[in-house]
Design a protein around this ligand. Structure first.
Ligand SMILES: Nc1ncnc2c1ncn2[C@@H]1O[C@H](COP(=O)(O)OP(=O)(O)OP(=O)(O)O)[C@@H](O)[C@H]1O
Ligand SMILES: [Mg+2]
Length: 241
């Protein structure tokens, strides 16, 4: 095992690697207070996700899908409820540990790609590896290999604005995979793409996750995307069903 994996494994799991589901949430709640009024968005979300499982999250606009994904991605915290990721009780983690887990244990793909505009495709893929301390030569080799495996070997030096939407999303997916995290979170990853690019991104996302044994939670409005998941979770009235 190389130093990259050892670092990532420690950050993801703590020691030793736990048995049981990769992710468990129970009765998770989150509200937002705006101008003195509190809106309860998540009113009791519960689910378990096994290692390597693909789960689609669906629900009406405004039902709280992104709110839930942000909590699962450790970008936001729940007000109450259980949240265990890879054997770690998330609410008990300090900020440093949480930040490292977010970077090394979870890969993110967003509808709007969120690439760094002034950086090349290769440099964008390297970002999580820079934060994780992967040495320069190694991270460039990993990024190149990932981009080549996604058919972007000829685009390593391109900036995001020089790439199509589908190409940008492949770069974002390569970035999400670069530290080989056990969980990929995707918030409407095909929402800004045409049908052909959507299919290609889903092929890549699911194929790469399967190869690596990573679980995927994908928020989507697209029935064709949801149909490719092992399981569909619906958010209705702030609760998972
Ligand atoms: N930071 C915030 N402050 C206040 N309200 C928020 C905040 N984040 C989300 N909300 C509210 O929470 C509700 C759920 O938002 P969320 O973005 O999770 O919905 P969604 O299911 O992802 O919708 P969409 O399908 O349109 O993306 C909305 O009413 C939204 O206005
Ligand atoms: Mg959303």
């Amino acid at each position: 095992m190389g130093s990259r994996s050892a670092t990532a494994d420690r950050a993801r799991t703590g020691d030793p690697a736990p048995d049981g589901p990769l992710l468990r949430i129970h009765d998770l709640r989150r509200g937002f207070t705006v101008s003195g009024t509190t809106i309860d968005v998540l009113k009791g979300c519960s689910m378990e996700v096994a290692r390597g499982e693909v789960v689609a999250v669906v629900g009406q606009s405004g039902s709280g899908k992104s709110t839930l994904l942000n909590i699962l991605g450790l970008l936001d915290g729940a007000d109450s409820g259980e949240h265990v990721f890879n054997g770690l009780e998330v609410p008990r983690l300090g900020e440093g540990r949480r930040a490292r887990l977010r970077n090394e244990g979870i890969g993110f793909v967003f509808q709007q790609f969120h690439l760094l505009e002034r950086r090349t495709a290769l440099a964008n893929v390297c970002v999580p590896m820079v934060l994780a301390g992967v040495p320069l030569v190694r991270r460039r080799a990993i990024a190149r290999e990932l981009l080549e495996s996604m058919g972007l070997g000829h685009r390593l030096s391109s900036r995001p604005h020089q790439l199509s939407g589908g190409e940008q999303q492949r770069v974002a997916l390569a970035r999400a995979l670069s530290l080989n995290p056990p969980l990929i979170l995707a918030d409407e990853p095909t929402g800004a793409l045409d049908a052909a690019s959507s299919e290609m991104i889903m092929d890549q996302l699911l194929g790469q996750a399967r190869t690596r044994g990573a679980a995927v939670i994908v928020v989507t409005h697209d029935p064709e995307v949801a149909a490719r998941a092992d399981r569909v979770v619906t958010i209705t009235d702030g609760r998972t069903r």
